[in-house]
Design a protein around this ligand. Structure first.
Ligand SMILES: [Fe+2]
Length: 302
């Protein structure tokens, strides 16, 4: 999964944990399923899966909602794998909202309306996923939806359908981002599937790094932080040898990302420890509404 947080996930002076659910969230992709009895159904394709599930279950009291952004069981048409997966995550999904998205292994099949003409779903075409789990999409054949929870708004996109300008999904994303009430949901997260591994960027705006800070962001934010959190279980992709200027942290390990709406986000690795974290304490000045020599002092989030 990759998600980007619009730089506003910080403490709002008018809200506290006592007023709303704090919105502690776990995000990951490609968690998938694996066998506890040591059998090996599928070439050990998801070596981090059970560990990710176990680490999350251990800490479940500290989460309010869980997002699993695609490639859930890697069933690829073998429905028994869906049974195994749903049983594996039942300790989580029985207690917390378990929000899903579509990955290539849920959806892709040639000539079925998806964006990629490949056979990654084994012919599932998204049907088991949309049947197994609820998500508040207007058209459940398309996996894009928005949901507000605590201080968060999540815009969950469907990487397996076209989202280029002029498409219905483009209009959804635009509408989701532009209609958030920042007074109630100052934290805005966009999430979509694809890319395996973990990497976090500097705040970026129009392809440029706009801050040299690495971990604790404060004041007027004028960029977006991108987080690739695709280490839930399946094999990890490699990195380029060159480290781009925008890359702040890489972690070649399994794990998941915990977002806390007050002021803290971190990535937990396979041993349950945190090796990367960052905070955003935002000045709510709306930099996009600046005129030539001044900015409006506040936004709706104030
Ligand atoms: Fe995938």
């Amino acid at each position: 999964m990759s998600c980007w947080t619009e730089p506003s996930c910080g403490a709002s002076p008018t809200l506290s944990r006592h007023h709303q659910p704090p919105g502690r969230t776990r995000c990951s992709a490609s968690s998938s399923s694996a066998e506890r009895d040591g059998s090996n159904e599928f070439a050990n394709y998801q070596p981090g899966s059970l560990n990710t599930t176990d680490r999350l279950v251990e800490d479940l009291d500290n989460y309010d909602i869980v997002f699993h952004i695609g490639d859930m069981p890697y069933a690829n048409g073998y429905l028994s794998q869906w049974d195994q997966f749903t049983a594996q995550v039942a300790p989580i999904s029985a207690k917390k909202p378990y929000m899903i998205a579509s990955g290539n292994h849920e959806r892709d099949w040639p000539n079925t309306g998806g964006f990629f003409d490949v056979k990654d779903s084994g012919g599932e075409c998204g049907v088991p996923a949309e049947t197994m789990y609820y998500y508040p999409a207007e058209n459940r054949a398309n996996f894009w939806y928005k949901v507000d929870y605590g201080l968060f708004r999540f815009c969950v996109a469907d990487s397996e359908h076209d989202w280029r300008e002029g498409t219905p999904q483009y209009r959804f994303v635009e509408e989701c981002l532009s209609t958030v009430d920042r007074k109630h949901q100052p934290c805005l997260v966009f999430a979509a599937h694809r890319v395996l591994g973990y990497e976090r960027t500097s705040p970026l705006y129009q392809s440029q790094c706009v801050s040299g800070e690495r971990s604790h962001y404060s004041g007027t934010m004028n960029g977006t932080i991108f987080v690739v959190a695709g280490g839930g279980g399946s094999h990890l992709s490699g990195y380029t040898t060159a480290i781009p200027k925008w890359s702040v942290f890489r972690d070649q390990d399994y794990g998941f990302t915990k977002l806390t709406a007050f002021n803290h986000s971190s990535k937990k690795s396979s041993d349950g420890k945190v090796y990367d974290s960052f905070t955003i304490h935002r000045d709510y000045r709306d930099v996009l509404s600046c005129v030539h020599d001044s900015c409006f002092p506040t936004t709706l989030a104030t």
